[in-house]
Design a protein. Sequence first.
Length: 282
Amino acid sequence: MPELPEVEVLMRHLDPALRGKTIRTVNIHRAKSTRPTSARSLRGKLVGAKFTSVTRRAKYLIFELKRPRSDHFTLLGHLGMAGRMYLQSDKVPLPKHAAVTFSLGRRTFVFEDTRYFGRLTLDLSSLDSLGPEPLSDAFDGEKLHTVLRRSTQAIKPKLLDQKTLAGVGNIYASEALWRAGISPRKSARRLTHTQCAALAASIREVLVEAIACGSTVPLDFAGVDRRDRLFYYGTTTGTQGFEERLRVYNRADEPCDRCVTPIQKITQAARSTYYCPQCQRG
């Protein structure tokens, strides 16, 4: 599933590409992809509206639009498990799994979703219960300690709870815990103020590094290169893909970069967790 860095990189590409563009027609190829907004309501709201900006909240894309002689409104996008959003020439055939498309003149905005879990909707209720943004100035060790201190859940699955922290997923939770030297099995409420400060800093560091790495990889939104589906992976000439920078994730039985102890893999809340049993004791 796309995590915060993927969505952030995508947002940075879509914002300049869409800003100022007017939606001429809206085609709903799969009604499920706009729920709970009906296809009719979405068309009625979007046709004639102009994009004013694209931002991000957690793993959501926030499209701000404005209709002539009317107020601004928001369209919410989520990539689901394997969704993609991009612009392509209006002369290029639509992909097989196109869910929603907008005609912007010579370009077409495409929301493609092979797994059917993504959404493009006017319903904003998903934003109501989100936790703090890990890259915001308001997030620090004290904030993290406050949200963890009453939880008996293990820290790794707790970090995946979007009500605890918005946008962090399986890959970056494992990486941040390794950097902070904290066991993924440790009860969240047992983390000290010092550990929370180290973990908050590690979360921020790994996310910033992943975003910077993703921003160096040219994205082919036409879908010619299969790597684009997970574009924080992969390399380009003179750069190193983020997959090569991972210290524990998907590295079971490989030596830890700090102590050469073999990385272990366990399952927590039905998700794979990777960690070093020597560096992350307790």
